[in-house]
Design a protein around this ligand. Structure first.
Ligand code: J2J
Length: 544
């Protein structure tokens, strides 16, 4: 019978058949993928995490045992489980366990706090929440207490590490059981969207579509069982998970090395010790690595000669910095322009150097349909800048339970409106030229303007607010809030403290606040954010 997770928009049946006939959608599930690797080479290393090394056999067994433990708690197929873990091996045991059960992980980032986590739990009606005890000086159990008090559907908090009053992950390794295979064309997990309007949207991904993007990515990146991937960015991020990321490396039978932090002092010794062959970074981290490697002392002393490929994506990587990668790190660069909603573009290893340093790559698939259009959805002339629309074998047809938003975020014929402004070269390579969506890309961390604006509007001394991007040499962009006060002008620190108390991720807190008595308006009376962006950019320039 054909019943999908309610709130999921499947591809039209005819399109799905085409993707199957083309060999993109193979019907393999995540659980089956891991099982196959564990049978092919049980003793090969799958994960390195601190002093722990898990072979494929061990990862496979742990996933089976945890699936049984989760089932004992009452977690069953289609139940949503919010997973918020740092870069630890348990992430994979938890995910594959949930996949095998047919339960649906909802991936949160370690930076998320009470407002975001409560929202994910409530919106997805999650029955369980998986955390680590603490990381980076933050106690996630404290967060779990607040979330549990707010979300009545949440029945279990499962903790990797010291569980206190909660359920210890380590107590859930039961004797394996067999569960019915989940459908490969139904939702396997919910990924997060960077968002632009309202609260973050949840992105339903299926084994069919996601494994296709992973297999094709592994192929483009030339992964083999000898590939060693350093997971330096947050493990649940779509880039780290799938482009080709940790899952791509596990698909290829390689080894994933977990780094708790992406800083050179943590990452460089791991690259040297584990003979890492590839990794993925956002542009600000790539700059930090380049500076550390170029300085040749401290963390720069390490032998990075095993590194063959550095992938950079998540935000625009400037050509000038891109040109430094090969001479300084002695490895190839690959630019990656992707999105959790689907479409991923890569520069290819045999592209001319000029394309590698100055474009954001071309789509994975011959069946990724890409359109560049004007404000009326008409195709622009080749090479001109326009809105990027896309449709294809691994790009979603709708956000999870968001009918109203979907009507705006997708065209009637199913193209996803990325909100990115691009131009396309005759070779198919895309250059990201800007953004139409109301979002700030803070070095890869996406901030939805109106989400932060709504939090600020809750302050009694804020009459109105507009959050815009301001240029930043390191992060590319930072956020600036223009605030029209009500009554007494609040102090900047008071507002940032207020936002912290409301429980939002730190990266969403405005980097700067400007008080004004009115906003410039557009012809139709909306706040003219373009003028505000230009104003703050000019102000920064004058101050420099
Ligand atoms: C400019 N903007 C970029 C780039 C993403 C691989 C890599 C990245 C993501 C990701 C991902 C950019 N230059 N190279 O999911 O699988 C901006 C665009 C895009 C948005 C998506 C992957 N690479 N961007 O960053 O869902 O604005 O995915 O629409 O977090 O990041 O953000 P996200």
């Amino acid at each position: 019978s054909k019943s999908y997770l309610p709130g999921f928009t499947p591809w039209p049946e005819k399109v799905a058949e085409r993707y199957r006939a083309a060999g993109y959608w193979t019907g393999e599930t995540f659980g089956a993928m891991l099982r196959a690797r564990a049978q092919e080479h049980p003793e090969r290393p799958a994960l390195v995490c601190g002093t722990r090394r898990w072979t494929y056999r061990e990862l496979d067994q742990r996933s089976d045992q945890l699936a049984a433990g989760f089932a004992r708690l009452g977690i069953s197929a289609r139940d949503r489980v919010v997973v918020q873990l740092p870069n630890v091996a348990e992430f994979f045991a938890v995910c594959f366990a949930l996949f095998r059960l047919g339960a649906v992980p909802v991936f949160a980032l370690p930076a998320h706090r009470r407002a975001e986590i409560s929202y994910f739990c409530e919106f997805a009606e999650a029955t369980a929440y998986v955390i680590a005890d603490s990381d980076g000086g933050f106690d996630y159990r404290q967060l779990a207490r607040q979330v549990s008090a707010e979300v009545p559907t949440l029945k279990h908090v499962i903790v990797a590490g010291e569980a206190q009053e909660f359920c210890a992950l380590d107590s859930l390794y039961d004797s394996p059981q067999t569960f019915p295979e989940p459908r490969p064309d139904d939702v396997a997990f919910l990924q997060l969207s960077g968002g632009s309007t309202g609260l973050p949207k949840l992105i339903p991904r299926t084994p069919d579509d996601y494994l296709y993007s992973i297999r094709a990515s592994a192929d483009i990146c030339g992964l083999t069982p000898d590939s060693v991937y350093l997971c330096a960015l947050p493990v649940a991020h779509n880039f780290t998970l799938s482009s080709p990321g940790t899952l791509g490396v596990l698909y290829a039978g390689g080894c994933v090395v977990m780094a708790r932090r992406a800083s050179p002092d943590e990452a460089f010794p791991l690259i040297e010790a584990e003979r890492v062959t590839l990794t993925a970074l956002v542009p600000p981290l790539a700059m930090v690595w380049l500076d550390a490697a170029a300085s040749g002392h401290g963390s720069g002393k390490h032998d990075l000669s095993s590194l063959q490929l550095l992938q950079v994506g998540g935000a625009k990587f400037t050509t000038e910095v891109a040109q430094r990668v090969r001479p300084v790190l002695g490895c190839a660069l690959q630019q990656v322009f992707g999105m959790a909603e689907g479409l991923v573009n890569y520069t290819r290893h045999d592209d001319p150097e000029q394309l590698i340093v100055s474009t954001q790559g071309r789509p994975i698939s011959a069946d990724d349909e890409v359109r560049v259009v004007d404000d009326e959805d008409c195709d622009v002339a080749p090479g001109e800048v326009g809105h990027l629309l896309t449709r294809g074998p691994y790009t979603i047809r709708g956000y999870y339970r968001a009918e109203e938003h979907n009507a705006r975020a997708f065209t009637a014929d199913g193209f996803y409106r990325t909100g990115d402004l691009v131009s396309q070269l005759p070779s198919g390579h895309l250059v990201v030229e800007g953004r139409a969506k109301d979002q700030i890309n803070r070095g890869g961390d996406k901030v939805a303007a109106d989400e932060v604006e709504n939090h600020l509007l809750a302050h009694p001394n804020v009459h109105d607010v507009a959050l815009v991007a301001m240029p930043d040499a390191y992060l590319g962009e930072r956020s600036c809030a223009f605030v029209i006060p009500r009554g007494a002008v609040p102090r900047t620190l008071e507002l940032t403290y207020f936002l912290r108390e409301r429980g939002i991720a730190h990266y969403k807190i405005p980097d700067r606040i400007e008080f004004v008595d009115h906003f410039p308006k557009t012809g139709v009376g909306k706040v003219n954010k373009r003028v505000l962006r230009e104003r703050i950019a000019q102000q920064l320039k004058n101050a420099a």
